[in-house]
Design a protein around this ligand. Structure first.
Ligand code: BG6
Length: 556
């Protein structure tokens, strides 16, 4: 058994687990009995967001961020690390070495990071909280193809290990374009800063781990090539491929909803479910990322990663344990059973669109092909709608409709499970039944929560029915916002818990699903992306695609 396999198994209170970690007092037994409300529910529920923190402090370590002058570090990584540090689950001596080609000195680096944290962190920056955090910040200037850069990083890490007692534990984060992944990992290996740890057993000392951002490759072949290259230098257990959707509280809550309740599983299958719609809509446009986005497009940027991850959590079978291998085995199985359209069927079951001029938030916005850095005759899609099937016992015959787009009317991500109509419309002639079927919508963002739509009788002497909603709101139930996805994922990587990271076979399976669509779209003569006005729900052809199945997109 490895260090992390046991992380999430229940351990008796006060007893050390297999990692040597002692667990705190029994969280239930130690609590004073709470008063009961008239329905018998406890009024003072423990707040898991707060209670968990004390237990999850990783061993002392340093983190090296390549690409530290970039947008991801400023908007996500540094604010998340600062929020973690303020919330206290970071170990003593925790240090960050930032690496970039920018001609900064350490004071400039710290000032830039403070600015970024002040703009994007959840917790306000005060001198009292910033100074201890900033004492652990170090800067290395260097190019990613220069061996001297890696020698300097190695020396800085050795010095930090000595001065700040970080025990040789190292987390390397590649916040860079994917073409730098191999040169950086190669350079670090040459400099002996990052070692392949095939027989590494200990959970607390001398671990070396690597976190990489999507996209892993550009298509199936390049993803496989990159994975193979990395596997020469590192073991799979050392590699943490981040998909920040898996760090979102509400995505993890889909697993809790499905597998910690007995109510829903009996209807979560082809007998009761008519179709599943997964939507990730964004109001923003390309926002200065054209250099990357022009080569990616919505299918690679969102579908291959985030949307297929949402599909796995809603469609996978229950794993036997909540640990890295059990969860990911199930996710891989469902991805391998997922059937994309191929060849001629791509035109019927996959739609690509590109935003034209229109309105966003009430102001006029340019078309995608007018954005800075975008070619005027760009064929890059900013919208995708896709119909997938899952050929297994549970889902055979149930269509999964996925759609995502930029410059849609608003930012909303949800998974909607639409149920079949009742077998017999008993109220049909007398009840003016609103024909909308039951829907469970799992709202990932914003207004995080779960809603159930069902039919109810309108009060009055007549038998008239109407659709109503029952709502669970995350914020209202737990009283505080959960941590940002990056906080959760960075902490998990430091703790050595890979459950919420994508395994190599998962990445390959996801690329295999989008590859036939990429191939068909690359065919000479294939229709280009259909234009849609910015601020609308996508091109008409996407409505036509689902209408051919006798269904319509939900308006989330
Ligand atoms: C990123 C994509 O992975 O996810 C972006 O590259 C997209 O294009 C973003 O905007 C959406 O993330 P979120 O958390 O805002 O839904």
């Amino acid at each position: 058994m490895t260090d992390t396999d046991t992380l999430r198994r229940p351990v008796a209170p006060g007893v050390a687990d297999a990692n040597g970690r002692a667990h705190g007092p029994d969280p239930v037994g130690d609590r004073q009995p709470s008063p009961l409300d008239p329905w018998g529910y406890e009024l003072e529920q423990p707040n898991p967001l707060r209670d968990e923190r004390a237990e999850r402090t990783p061993a002392p370590c340093s983190m090296v961020i390549f690409g530290v002058s970039g947008d991801l570090t400023a908007r996500k990584l540094m604010p998340a690390l600062y929020d973690l540090a303020v919330g206290q689950p970071l170990p003593e001596g925790f240090s960050i070495v930032g690496v970039s080609h920018r001609d900064w000195d350490e004071a400039t680096f710290k000032a830039k990071m403070r600015e970024a944290v002040a703009a994007h962190a959840r917790t306000p920056v005060t001198a009292e909280s910033w100074e201890p955090f900033a004492r652990g910040l170090f800067y290395v200037r260097g190019e990613f193809d220069d061996p001297a850069t890696f020698a300097t990083v190695a020396a800085a890490l050795d010095r930090i290990d000595r001065d700040r007692r970080t025990l040789g534990n190292r987390l390397f984060y590649l916040a860079t374009a994917p073409q730098f992944f191999s040169p950086i990992v190669g350079g670090l290996s040459e400099a002996a800063a990052l070692e392949r740890q095939a027989n590494y057993q200990g959970p607390t000392e001398g671990w070396h781990r690597l976190v990489i951002e999507k996209p892993i490759g550009h298509d199936l072949a390049s993803a496989q090539e990159l994975i193979a290259e990395m596997s020469l230098l590192l073991t799979e257990r050392q590699i943490y491929r981040i998909d920040h959707y898996l760090g979102k509280e509400t995505v993890q809550n889909v697993l809790a909803f499905r597998f910690a309740n007995s109510l829903f599983d009996p209807v979560w299958n082809r007998q009761y479910v008519d179709n599943v719609q997964i939507t990730a809509a964004e109001a923003l446009g390309v926002e200065g990322r054209s250099g990357y986005y022009e080569h990616a497009g919505a299918l690679r940027d969102m579908v291959e990663s985030h949307l297929l991850q949402l599909l796995t959590v809603v469609a996978m079978e229950p794993p036997a344990f909540f640990n890295g291998d059990a969860v990911r085995d199930e996710k891989v199985k469902v991805l391998r059973s997922t059937v994309p359209p191929t060849g001629a069927a791509v035109a019927a079951h996959a739609v690509r669109g590109q935003y034209a001029t229109g309105y966003s938030g009430g102001r006029p916005v340019p078309a995608y092909h007018e954005e800075k850095g975008v070619s005027p005759d760009s064929q890059t899609e900013t919208y995708v709608a896709l119909r997938l099937g899952i050929d297994n016992w549970r889902w055979s015959g149930v269509p999964f409709y996925l759609r995502t787009g930029k410059r849609l009317p608003r930012r909303v991500t949800e998974i909607a499970v639409e149920f079949k109509q009742v077998p017999h419309q008993m109220f049909g002639s007398i009840g003016q039944l609103d024909p909308t079927p039951n829907v469970i919508s799992l709202r990932i963002q914003p207004d995080e929560g779960i809603a159930l739509r069902f039919a109810a009788k309108v009060p009055g002497a007549r038998t008239q029915l109407r659709t109503v909603r029952m709502d669970f709101l995350y914020g209202a139930a737990f009283g505080e916002a959960g941590p940002d996805a990056y906080e959760r994922l960075l902490l998990d990587a430091m703790l050595g818990d890979p459950t919420l990271f994508t395994r190599r076979d998962e990445v390959e399976a996801a690329w295999s699903i989008v590859q036939p669509v990429l191939d068909a779209w690359a065919e000479p003569g294939a229709a280009g992306p259909a234009p849609y006005d910015a601020g609308t729900w996508g091109p008409d052809v996407a409505d036509a695609m689902i209408a051919r199945d006798g269904r319509a997109w939900r308006r989330p």
